[in-house]
Design a binder for this molecule. Structure first.
Ligand SMILES: Cc1ncc(COP(=O)(O)O)c(C=O)c1O
Length: 458
């Protein structure tokens, strides 16, 4: 074996072995990292093993250890060993998953993964799909298909003519992630197209308000964007009912289920996505709750024709293989990583029960963490878990709760036992909790609760 690869495998094993005992966050600054890593570029290079060793050493203090079971910031999953191993092989094989002819195996693995995920998530078997970098590009892919359908039904060839002369498309949405807005910017619909639908108690969209908006401008081409697990609370729109209303008015329904769609894999949580299969497109991630290494997202589209029309590409040098699937006809990239292998490995190693198990365990551990926090002095739970997300804040008696919340988070993170992120929600500072890693255990939660208790008892 080439010594660089052997050494990298050893360093990876050492890193993983140290995850449990090590700090989750370190105190690297941009300056300290630039100083360490900013070596002069040499004229004649450095031996590969030395490069690998020094790289591992130099980045160490700048790695936020999101692979650990005690990382609860944002929504970041870990890397299942089989998926990481398949990812290593993907690099070694160095396949270009552009077309079938470039990598027959990558193309067929993607077909299989697409089928498996549709089965797991209860999406229509006939839906087309694309493996993309993440939910951001899944939105771009799915909304480009929506744009095609809504405009071609009105006699406009948007792929040829762009949006010149096209009627404006509107997007009705309640809770939505910023990446939905960027997708709208990228495909020329623009963020000004978003019309906010009233929400019930800041949660699911109000279905009567949705219907009223659809009736009001009935001739306007419309996308209804629904949330299957919003970023902060993991709250769900009433998906099936919203789809029925939208379809009565000729709208396209797009679902953002970056992590929340995976609730469909669990018999205990499936009810949250009731009727999701009646939507027109879905965007999700494998690098969050499925614990596949970055970057791995999926777009699904019911209307295959619209999806293909929006994305397909041709070139004189394309090698046609009649029964093969060319990934570049379904996603926004040409040359790209064969990201299906890691996803395939994750799904094979877990099976249906394994995926449901990760989802359920994360939800149970979120509940345990929030219950434990609630019992501590000054903790207020603002959003109890629906799935694996929750929001809490730390009260300061008659003082400044926002400042106290930021201070507690900062102290907890500085202690190195775990890592949480702050945000502003409903006008107040809160701590976000996300339990998305297959490695998190009951012991991890106990340890984190002890660390909070020490800070809050002082
Ligand atoms: C609900 C939701 N949608 C979309 C995204 C964007 O996903 P990605 O970062 O994989 O593009 C996120 C990321 O946290 C999310 O929580």
């Amino acid at each position: 074996m080439e010594p660089e690869l052997k050494r990298a495998a050893e360093l990876a094993a050492e890193y993983l072995a140290g995850l449990d005992s090590g700090r989750i966050g370190d105190e690297a600054t941009p300056e300290s990292l630039r100083e360490r890593l900013g070596r002069p570029l040499t004229e004649h290079g450095v031996p590969g093993t030395q490069v690998v060793e020094e790289l591992a050493e130099d980045v160490r203090e700048g790695l936020l250890n999101t692979a650990s079971g005690r990382f609860f910031g944002w929504v970041i999953g870990g890397g299942l060993p089989a998926a990481v191993a398949a990812d290593w092989l993907t690099s070694v094989w160095d396949q270009n998953a552009a077309g079938f002819a470039c990598s027959p195996a990558a193309s067929v693995v993607e077909e299989i993964v697409g089928t498996w995920v549709k089965e797991l998530l209860g999406l229509p078997a006939e839906a087309s799909f694309a493996l993309v970098t993440g939910c951001q590009m899944a939105h771009v892919t799915a909304l480009a298909a929506a744009r095609h359908r809504l405009l071609s039904d009105r006699g406009i060839d948007v792929e040829r003519d762009g949006l010149f002369g096209a009627p404006p498309i509107r997007v009705l949405a309640g809770e939505h992630h910023e990446t939905l807005l960027r997708a709208l910017r990228l495909i020329g619909i623009g963020t000004g197209a978003v019309v906010k639908v009233a929400q019930e108690d800041g949660g699911p969209i109000d279905l009567e308000a949705l219907e009223a908006l659809l009736e009001k401008d009935a001739q306007v081409p419309t996308v209804v964007a629904l949330a299957a697990g919003d970023l902060n609370r993991g709250a769900y729109d009433r998906l099936g009912e919203a789809c029925d209303i939208a379809h009565r008015h000729g709208a396209w329904v797009h679902v953002d289920g970056a992590f929340g769609l995976w609730a469909a894999a669990s018999p205990r949580f499936r009810h949250l996505v009731n009727g999701v299969e009646r939507a027109d497109s879905w965007a999700t991630d494998a690098h969050k709750w499925l614990n596949v290494p970055y970057d791995s997202g999926l777009a699904f589209v019911r209307d295959r024709e619209a999806h293909r029309a929006a994305m397909s590409i041709s070139a004189a040098y394309k090698v046609e293989v009649p029964t093969g699937r060319d990934p570049f006809d379904w996603g926004p990239e040409w040359s790209r990583r064969a990201r299906g292998f890691a996803l395939y490995a994750a799904l094979r190693t877990m099976g249906r029960h394994g995926v449901a198990g990760v989802v359920e365990r994360c939800c149970d551990l979120t509940e345990k963490l929030v219950d434990g926090l609630r019992a501590l002095p000054g903790v207020e739970v603002l959003a109890p878990p629906i799935i694996n997300q929750a929001l809490v804040r730390f009260r300061a008696g008659d003082g400044d709760h926002d400042a106290r919340t930021d201070e507690v988070i900062q102290r907890l993170n500085a202690g190195g036992v775990a890592w949480f992120g702050p945000t502003t929600w409903g006008g107040v500072r809160v701590m976000r909790i996300s339990v998305s890693n297959f490695r998190t255990t009951t012991e991890d939660i106990d340890r984190v609760l002890r660390a909070f208790a020490e800070i809050l008892d002082e």
